[in-house]
Design a binder for this molecule. Structure first.
Ligand SMILES: *Cc1c(COP(=O)(O)O)cnc(C)c1O
Length: 365
């Protein structure tokens, strides 16, 4: 028998075992199967504007590459602050909103502290809590998958979480959290309330107007969905100055490259363009939901750029495989707790959505 990695025990010169508190959670990833139509990770179907690509190319010739980037990412934060009508000291940027969340929990989580989530929701909230040694208080969403205020009160009062996560719109169920609910949670939660608005631009309401110095509220946003820039890895939060200052302390120096800072700042010259894209996707979402309503599936209302649905005549797994056979890749949520047989489809281009609806009709026939 050859000695494989599993047969080696710890000792000098050996790889130590993984931190025990990381458990056996398998991390977060969407299986990447080769497919012609890819509607599984909620990206934009449209590439960014060509004028933006040219502006970034021009800018790259001017970057002092031999120098560290601006540690505070000031120009980018000022530009984002301008868009939202807040102060640059209330904005903090990182490599994707996931890194924003990780830094937030490095600053405010850790041993002896906890976060509250209501499942099914975005798996990274619990995963990042685990990575940072923060306990997870997992409540449940109601049987219709919306946030149940009684359950929110129960978890917050019993667990006294340091950080309470609201995902609005919620991934993967799609509905946004009404402003009155955000206020209610802000009034009851003993610590920070983080509203993850990765899909905020597709929703009718936002918690951004509730951010103020002294308020324990953090709203996170990302360039990955609306801004057609998932490849750039840029996200940010808007929060009270003291929270932003704490995040600065918990982050690595120069964590945001010149490239990311410049490209992100230049993207903000195309806000109108982005708003038109959002309108187009919201229109397509309506067409997708209408198409689904003509098929034997239960579909949930969505305020985001994806739709959760449950086939009623076949198992979710079989439908997912049938779609893959037809070169259409969507997200298989059917093994997630509370989401038996559920699938999630990203709103794509008109052609992609037609291809999906056509393939689904065939699979369900
Ligand atoms: C996609 C997504 C994110 C985005 O993460 P990035 O790191 O910014 O790409 C954050 N929160 C939710 C709920 C998401 O679905």
């Amino acid at each position: 028998m050859t000695a494989g990695p599993a047969s080696r025990s710890a000792g000098p010169g050996r790889i130590p075992p993984l931190r025990a508190d990381l458990g056996l959670g398998e991390g977060y990833h969407s299986p990447q199967v080769a497919a012609r139509v890819r509607l599984n990770t909620n990206e934009s179907p449209m590439p960014p504007p060509e004028a933006w690509v040219r502006a970034v190319q021009d800018e790259l010739g001017r970057v002092p590459w031999h120098r560290y980037p601006d540690r505070a990412a000031w120009a980018l934060r000022e530009a984002i602050a301008d868009v939202h009508g807040v102060h640059a000291e209330q904005v903090w940027c990182a490599n994707g909103s996931n890194e924003v969340l990780q830094t937030l929990l490095l600053a405010y989580g850790g041993p002896g502290r906890s976060v509250a989530v209501w499942e099914p929701t975005y798996a990274l909230h619990s995963h990042i809590a685990e990575l940072t040694g923060t306990a997870v208080l997992a409540g449940r969403r109601g049987s219709d998958l919306t946030l149940d205020l009684d359950e929110v009160r129960r978890v917050v009062e019993a667990g006294q979480p340091t950080v309470t996560f609201l995902c609005s719109p919620n991934n993967p169920t799609g509905e946004s959290v009404p402003p009155a609910t955000v206020d209610e949670v802000l009034g009851r939660a003993p610590g920070l309330v983080v509203v993850d608005e990765a899909y905020g631009q597709f929703a009718p309401t936002s918690a951004l107007d509730r951010v103020a110095d002294g308020q324990p509220l953090v709203v996170t946003r990302t360039y990955s969905k609306t801004w057609s820039l998932a490849g750039l890895r840029l996200g940010y939060c808007v929060a009270a100055r003291e929270v932003v200052a704490a995040m600065e302390r918990a982050s690595l120096p120069y964590h945001l490259s010149w490239f990311t800072q410049s490209a992100g700042r230049l993207a903000l010259d195309y806000v109108d363009d982005m708003e038109r894209r959002v309108s187009r996707l919201v229109e397509e979402r309506g067409r997708l939901v209408a198409g689904l309503s003509a098929l034997p599936v239960q579909a949930w209302r969505s305020d985001a750029n994806f739709v959760l649905f449950r086939p009623q005549t076949r198992r979710g797994d079989d439908v997912w495989k049938g779609l893959v056979d037809r070169s259409v890749l969507i997200r298989n949520c059917s093994s997630w707790s509370g989401l038996d047989d559920c699938l999630r489809v990203t709103v794509g281009s008109p052609e992609e959505n037609d291809a999906f609806l056509g393939a689904l009709e065939e699979v369900l026939a």
